[in-house]
Structures are given as structure tokens and as C-alpha cells.
Design a protein around this ligand. Structure first.
Ligand code: HEM
Length: 219
């Protein structure tokens, strides 16, 4: 995928991802994220937004827009394992094999679509979690992705993203509009909810700042 490629490979693979995203309408993402979230919370008093809504909704909606079945569980498994410093286990390898099959076999176009879903997964869940936490507490929304990792000449390099939430330059995030639309749809559907008395916990990662659990209830 583009993210960990360099030179001509990066340019070609990024173009495939950008082309696939170009067919995805941001307004429909927002509407579908709203409807799916509404469906999940309907009849529920208390829900953990991070476990039950953020990733399943955003990945499910984006996958559908890319013409794929609901592969959200497999995308979440791969997203947790695809960074250069993590050794993927058997479960992540099996999830990736299923994703490749859902995309019609191992091609660069399949990798581009899987790359979009995997890139979208944690970062947009962070956007949703931080946006909701901020709107429910009145605190400023925090940036979910604090640093990015690249692979340069076989070495893993960490690049700080301070002040640039979606990156910059030739590798800047091509999905920022889509991410904001998905997040807006989820947050709109949770209007009127409030935090429960339970504690909000945060993921322990030097790269990500986002809740690991965010329990809300109807206001
Ligand atoms: C629909 C949701 C999203 C999609 C489809 C998406 C897709 C992508 C893709 C394909 C890349 C790789 C670009 C390349 O290698 O040239 C990328 C990079 C990036 N994305 Fe996103 N993304 C999404 C959401 C987000 C969110 C919510 C954030 C942060 C708030 C974010 C931050 C970034 C950053 C910082 C990079 C650059 C990484 C680097 O320079 O190494 N993305 N994104």
C-alpha cells in the first residue's frame, strides 16, 4: 500500500487510492454513518461508542461505498497489526487473507482499497471519540494521530504530526473530507446523549490520543 511505499511505487499506489476515494460521495458517507449509528443505539440506554459504534460504523459505511461487504471486524484486526513495529499474529494474517479475497484477489487495486479502510479505521475512530468527548465535556478536541511511522531505506522512522492533523505534502491524507463526513454523521446521531458516570479510558500509545472506551447514555 502507498503508506509504506516510496518513490514511483508510492506515486502509483497513492493514485490508485485517490481514484478509489474519488468515487465516494462525502455527503452519502455522512448520511449513512448517521443512519447506522441510529440503528445501533435504537432501544439502547447505554453504549460504548468506541467498541460498538466508531470503527464498525465508519469502516462498514466506507466499505459499502467502495463496493465491498461489511469487513469492519477484519479491518480493525489488520489496522491494529500493520504498523512496521508490530509483528502481525495469525489472526491478523487470516483477517488480511479474507480482506484480499473480498477485494477479488491480490492486486494493487485490492491493496489500495484495503489500505483506505485500514488507514481510515483507527484515525477516524479517534476523530469520532475525541470529537464526542469534547462536545460532551466542553473541553477542546484533541488531535487523534500525534505521529506517523514511515519505512525509509528499510528503517522505521517516526515523524511528528504536531500542528498538522492530516499530514502535509505528497503524503498528506487523501481521506480528510471523508473522515470528517463520517465523524459528523456519527456525532449527529448521538446528539442528546451524555457521558455515563463510568470513567472514560484512553488508549496507551505514543502515536494515538483517543478514548479506548467512551460510555454514553441518553440525556
Ligand atoms: C475516511 C478516512 C480516512 C482515509 C480513507 C484515509 C486514507 C489515508 C491514506 C490512503 C493515506 C496514505 C497516503 C499516502 O501514503 O500517500 C493517509 C495518510 C494519512 N492520514 Fe488518513 N485517512 C483517513 C482518516 C484520517 C484521519 C481521521 C486522520 C487524522 C486525524 C488521518 C491522518 C493521516 C495522516 C497524518 C497521514 C499521513 C501519514 C504520513 O505522512 O506518513 N487520516 N490517509
Amino acid at each position: 500500500m502507498a503508506r509504506f511505499s516510496n518513490g514511483a511505487d508510492h506515486v502509483r499506489r497513492r493514485a490508485l487510492a485517490v481514484d478509489a476515494l474519488a468515487s465516494v460521495d462525502a455527503d452519502s458517507l455522512r448520511e449513512n454513518a448517521f443512519l447506522r449509528t441510529r440503528g445501533i443505539v435504537s432501544g439502547r440506554d447505554v453504549v460504548d461508542v468506541m467498541a460498538e459504534i466508531a470503527r464498525p460504523v465508519l469502516v462498514g459505511v466506507l466499505a459499502e461505498a467502495l463496493g465491498l461487504p461489511d469487513v469492519s471486524a477484519d479491518v480493525a484486526g489488520v489496522a491494529a497489526a500493520y504498523h512496521p513495529h508490530v509483528a502481525p499474529g495469525e489472526a491478523a494474517e487470516a483477517a488480511l487473507t479474507r480482506l484480499v479475497a473480498a477485494c477479488g484477489g491480490p492486486t494493487e487495486s485490492a491493496a489500495a482499497r484495503i489500505g483506505l479502510l485500514v488507514q481510515a479505521c483507527d484515525a477516524t475512530a479517534g476523530l469520532i471519540g475525541n470529537g464526542l468527548f469534547a462536545s460532551l465535556t466542553g473541553k477542546p478536541a484533541e488531535q487523534p494521530v500525534l505521529a506517523t511511522r514511515r519505512r525509509i531505506d528499510g528503517a522505521d522512522v517516526t515523524v511528528s504530526l504536531a500542528g498538522t492533523p492530516f499530514g502535509a505534502g505528497p503524503r498528506a491524507c487523501p481521506g480528510s473530507r471523508h473522515a470528517l463526513a463520517l465523524s459528523a454523521g456519527v456525532l449527529e446521531a448521538l446528539r442528546g446523549f451524555r457521558l455515563t458516570e463510568g470513567e472514560t479510558t484512553w488508549v496507551s500509545s505514543p502515536n494515538l490520543r483517543m478514548p479506548s472506551a467512551l460510555w454514553v447514555t441518553r440525556g
